[in-house]
Write a protein that binds this ligand. Structure first.
Ligand code: SF4
Length: 307
């Protein structure tokens, strides 16, 4: 089957089944192009909560589809490839949180939204890369905090808020490659460029990077806003390569320099048009979080939305 035939069939089944396609910025460009909504974790969660569709086809990795199922328990959530995992979400087990809680019964567990439903269920409050500073600042100063699972994001928040926290030693295998040296080397090549850095990156807590006047720290959606509104011509993008597709579409005359061409998220790239069509046709690979777990996992998300 040719690409255009896949697209025609996907559109047909989508209409027939009243389905909506949500795609993360990190999936393949051709999959982003057939999506009804493209976004980062937070944006996609909002889209999942608002949709009137009966079926959500979630083009991303497992924990994201789980979050959609928690937020929209009455919808059928399908994932095109149910082996699409995440090194970060898989770095921590519920037992790790239970152990910390036993030693810190009054402490607060803040979990980055890139976690499994089980980890969310043991957390007190969730955060995303765009609201993490606000969430941590909302916790009373006398409370001890356990930030999970991303060590780079945790260290970034610690520096920005001055708040001491226990931080879990997990990382995203993509962003953890982006260290200070790789950023400095690229900025020497493109001295005029703004440098847009996702705080999951290894360099995000380095004072050397923080001292650079052209370095900005953003969630993926924050990066999109920056490139859309900036008068600059060149941008060094320190995150997963998939974001550049949407940036170029919206800003064809600007130049986007990828920090590394050797760090795609292989899990996100598992989602293909063929698999999207398959899941729509067969309704195979449903992601359904059991009701009791879903209710517990929803609470820290709800607290985050209230803050
Ligand atoms: S880019 Fe990193 S955090 Fe995102 S899904 Fe891939 S491994 Fe997980």
């Amino acid at each position: 089957m040719q690409q255009n035939e896949f697209i025609t069939e996907i559109q047909r089944f989508k209409k027939e089944k009243n389905a909506v396609i949500l795609a993360h910025y990190y999936v393949r460009p051709e999959v982003q192009d057939i999506a009804d909504y493209i976004g980062d974790s937070l944006g996609l969660s909002h889209a999942a909560s608002k949709t009137e569709a009966d079926i959500i086809v979630f083009c991303g990795v497992n924990f994201m589809a789980e979050t959609a199922s928690i937020i929209s328990p009455l919808k059928k959530v399908l994932i095109p490839d149910n082996t699409a995992g995440c090194s970060l979400a898989e770095s921590i087990e519920p037992q790790d949180i239970i152990r910390w809680k036993q030693n810190n019964p009054d402490g607060v567990v803040v979990s980055y939204v890139n976690t499994t439903a089980e980890i969310k269920a043991y957390s007190d409050i969730c955060c995303t890369s765009s609201n993490a500073l606000k969430i941590v600042n909302s916790i009373p100063a006398e409370k001890k905090i356990f930030f999970v699972p991303d060590t780079n994001l945790g260290n970034y928040i610690r520096i920005k808020t001055g708040r001491e926290m226990d931080i879990w030693d997990g990382d995203c295998c993509v962003h953890n490659r982006f260290d200070t040296k790789i950023v400095l080397d690229k900025s020497l090549e493109y001295p005029q460029a703004d440098i847009l850095i996702h705080p999951e990156s290894k360099c995000s807590s380095d004072p050397v990077i923080h001292s650079m006047s052209n370095a900005y720290f953003y969630s993926t959606s924050g990066m999109m806003k920056h490139v859309n509104s900036s008068h600059k011509r060149e941008f060094i993008i320190v995150t997963e390569e998939g974001v550049i597709h949407e940036m170029k579409k919206n800003n064809p005359h600007k130049e986007f320099i990828l920090i590394s061409t050797k760090a795609p998220c292989r899990q996100m790239k598992k989602v293909t048009l063929e698999k999207v069509l398959h899941t729509l046709q067969t309704e195979e690979f449903e992601v359904k979080v059991p009701a009791e777990l879903s209710e517990r996992a929803w609470l820290p998300i709800k607290r985050m939305l209230e803050v």
